[in-house]
Write a protein that binds this ligand. Structure first.
Ligand code: SAM
Length: 215
């Protein structure tokens, strides 16, 4: 992986992520490793490590670094886990999961963003990520069941087909709620059923597809 701008990443982790309570060392290490500046449009490269989301075109965004770290901590991917991401965007979240040793399947509905994400991942030297143009609200049956599913767009409810594609002990992390404001929800499957936990308030762009918002 390209290690340019390592000082900025260390600073980002100290001042935006650790300071807000993310403690998982593997998450912090991944956030220190992945060159976020390769995942933003060139004109935003100077602010790639700042504490806010950044536009990536097509009315979409790469999330704020803290939110990526927080969702990754809630997902808690282990080395070798198979993770499904819905909403590839820039490819940055997928790169963070890959840096933690996960095998990532990432789905994106906008073909131009898939092209961009594949090029970003290649530039950053990230492997173990497969990206497909697809409506993620339908899941991705081929590689199911998943150890983790992360939805990086807002949905009124977690589509039940995604819950069906989750392994026992698997976790789904998603921003759930109306379009203007959501909460981070984690669903954990056990042999007894599904446990639901709610965390921080967040604001994401909408998940648009057959099993979420229609447009
Ligand atoms: N995870 C991304 C990253 O690291 O850059 C940021 C994701 S951005 C906040 C949300 C993404 O979800 C957008 O790229 C959007 O096109 C995508 N999206 C929305 N609905 C989708 C769907 N049904 N299936 C797949 N992707 C979807």
């Amino acid at each position: 992986m390209n290690l340019d701008r390592a000082d900025e990443r260390r600073m980002m982790v100290q001042t935006q992520i650790l300071s807000r309570g993310v403690k998982n060392k593997r998450v912090l290490r991944a956030m220190e490793m992945v060159p976020r500046h390769f995942f933003v449009p060139e004109e935003f490269a100077g602010v790639a490590y700042h504490d806010h989301p950044i536009p990536i075109g097509h009315d979409q965004t790469i999330s704020q670094p803290y939110i990526v770290a927080r969702m990754t901590e809630l997902l808690a991917p282990e080395e070798g886990d198979i993770i499904l991401e819905i909403g590839t965007g820039s490819g940055y979240q997928a790169a963070v999961l890959s840096a933690m040793g996960a095998r990532v399947i990432s789905l994106e509905r906008i073909v131009e963003l898939v092209d961009g994400a594949l090029s970003n991942l290649q530039k950053a030297g990230v492997g173990n990520v497969s990206v497909f143009v697809s409506d993620g609200t339908l899941g991705w049956e081929n590689m199911a069941p998943y150890d983790g599913i992360i939805i990086t767009a807002a949905t009124p409810a977690v589509p039940s087909i995604l819950i069906e594609q989750l392994a026992v002990n698997g976790r789904i992390v998603a921003p759930v709620g109306p379009q203007h404001m959501q909460v981070l929800v984690r669903l954990t499957r056990s042999t007894e059923g599904i446990r639901r936990e709610e965390y921080d308030g967040v604001r994401f762009v909408p998940l648009i597809g057959r099993n979420s918002w229609n447009s």
